[in-house]
Design a protein around this ligand. Sequence first.
Ligand code: JFZ
Length: 434
Amino acid sequence: MTTTTTPSNQVIQDRNQRVQWFQNDRFGMFIHWGLYSIPARGEWLRSSEQMSIEDYQTYFDEFDPVDYNPREWAKAAKKAGMKYAVLTAKHHDGFCLFDSKLTNYKSTNTKAGRDLVQEFLEAFREEGLKVGLYFSLIDWHHEDYPAYGDRIHPMRGNESFKRDPKNFDRYLDYMHGQVHELLTGYGKLDIMWFDFSYDTMRGEVWRATELMKMIRELQPHILIDNRLEGSGESGGSIYTSDPSIYSGDFASPEQIIPPHGVVDETGAPIPWEACITLNNNWGYAAADRNYKSSTTIIRKLVECVSKNGNMLLNVGPDAKGVIPKESLDVLEEIGDWMSKNSDSIYGCAAADYPKPEWGRYTQKGNKLYAHVFEESIGPINLIGMADKVKKARLLADGYELFLSRPWSAAEFTEDAFVNFARPEHFTYPLPDKR
Ligand code: JFZ
């Protein structure tokens, strides 16, 4: 028997195969680190402060991450329950943390004198984590990139692109060449995280089909985000039932968790990963003390999974290569929770039941995980589950919870109650189990 599939269905089928580990693992670490970590004002400063290439050069001359020890990063990630990590091999400033043969603007030519990407990959693989690299499509340092110069407006780069498309093609050769280097010189990579498309700078403007054919030939299993075609906002044909070869394997909502998850126009779920900062910046920003609490992050991770999504949680190591203590503290608290509750995250997805009023559900097979976000008075209500719940237990310690039907109008309701109170909390005998 032969089955025929339209090319677009084949794209979706291949994608759904590739993302299986990703949708099982659910939680990863994003790492924004580069020259911008020195001034400690975030990774966009060269553009937002309109710095000249000469002014920015001082950071290259200074770069000396004496405390760079990616094993510690990897240990922190693993302890937090993260299963993969994505490092900025090159951000918009064009500085390469790897030993590219195509530029001198790289870590090996700084005081660091090392291939920092290689060390990152080794360290994280050693801890058993999957590894990905962020690679900027935008390059403020390359002379053939449309926004080259001392007044950088990358969001308006296409204006000058229109003036000189020939040079831009030379940039694309360079950019494709670096992707080739990363895919051939560093072993098996699990994710390539391109960033980002804007205005008319998207899709085939990057020679995306050519790029993807090379990528799929070199590393067929690697996951690609959707930003060769889109950005942090929803955009690109990944959001349709007819994606192209460069639409990506997952959508990448940025600093937002989509209210209904991500689906195409037919309602079919699309793999997605929300990338979220711990404070308000991606790159190290010393003055930014606005850290989210571990409770917030855990609930947001649960929310992602409850909507079939992943979370890529960012850290921004400082100039020396150290993850800020505030971030490490949050990671550790997340890890405490994950060490007892990760069964409700790994391998889980959206539940077959609507969102409960007191929190979220995640589900794995016939196990429903009830994440209770709010203090309730008395038992929580499991709407419509009177005949479905056989047992209810606390995930953290296995304590078997008291399951009952609502005491009022019990004959008419499909609902069940789960009481979190333990026997010692009761001052009266529990009613009979129904
Ligand atoms: C991009 C980067 O610019 C940023 O520095 C960081 O790396 C983040 C993860 O990705 O952020 C974006 C991407 C797209 C838009 C804005 C910020 N956009 O389309 O407006």
